[in-house]
Design a protein around this ligand. Sequence first.
Ligand code: ZN
Ligand code: ZN
Length: 345
Amino acid sequence: MRAAVLRTYSEDLSLETVADPVCEADGVVLRVLACGICRSDWHGWTGEHPRVKPGQIPGHEYCGEVVETGPQSTWKVGDRVVAPFLLACGACPACQSGHSNTCGRQRLPGFTEPGAFAGLISVPFAHNLARLPDSLTPVVAAGLGCRVTTVWHALTDRAALQAGEWLAVHGTGGIGLSALLLGCALGARVIVVDVVPEKLTHALTLGAEAAIDARDGDAAQRIVEMTGGGAHLSIEALGIAATTNASIECLRPLGRHVQIGMPVGHTARMEINMNAVYMKNLALFGTRGMPSWRYPSLLSLIEAGRVDFTPLVAREVTLSGASAELRAFNGPTAPGVAVITDFSA
Ligand SMILES: [Zn+2]
Ligand SMILES: [Zn+2]
């Protein structure tokens, strides 16, 4: 199969013909239909992701068609499925108690084993897969492996967003746009913050009530003023200290901050305003992925037409186009995300 392989950090991925993947007993092999290019891939590509080593095939937000099944898998050849980026074992205490996104035996294609920047991918623990509704195109469905599901879990489970609450979204990349679309669908009033004017304009067309350019001064203070005391819930969607602090500082007393952006840098540490956390009695949540049993709740909302993720996708690219998309994360990005849909070139 053709695959894009990371050979040298921060250099173009190497387009190679590699051996087809082997199907595991509890898994399937998918022909990849679409694979999103995510900021987490960029973390791996730059070498700052602790587990991504040269030789890695990136790609963790994919959907595909089953072409081979292991003897323990209940999927059939031809089924179209989406996979969470984090594949849980299904048997450990975390999985058995419903928190499979914290599984200690989790497998991570695209980070620690071959990912979906390739024609085929082997997916172990196939019980994590969800069937794609016919109404959903592969290019839109790719986001359901990572960004959309992560945000769905963050808003509805971790921070229990309520209709009528003010939701602040710091960073309007794939995570931020997903938070805007889902926040609106859930009845929240959404304010977005970014530093790219086109992304702010784009967010306003998608239902944001206000869009703040962080370069114009204290974004947190402006959110406090606009909301009459601060947002109820704020999410950080980039992984840097400036936006994390803005997210914490824009909250009203008893507000909730959710860290969705993967912290940047080799140490992944940052200096944050703990005085605001203390004085305002804030709650800070971490979140990563979504337990796969929660797919039906999200897919039914999409199938019913209550939320449309089409605006999330800005471009479809070929496998050889992935390197330029990774490089683009070095600076401020354009609105929307890129999805690989042609795996032959
Ligand atoms: Zn991702
Ligand atoms: Zn487990």
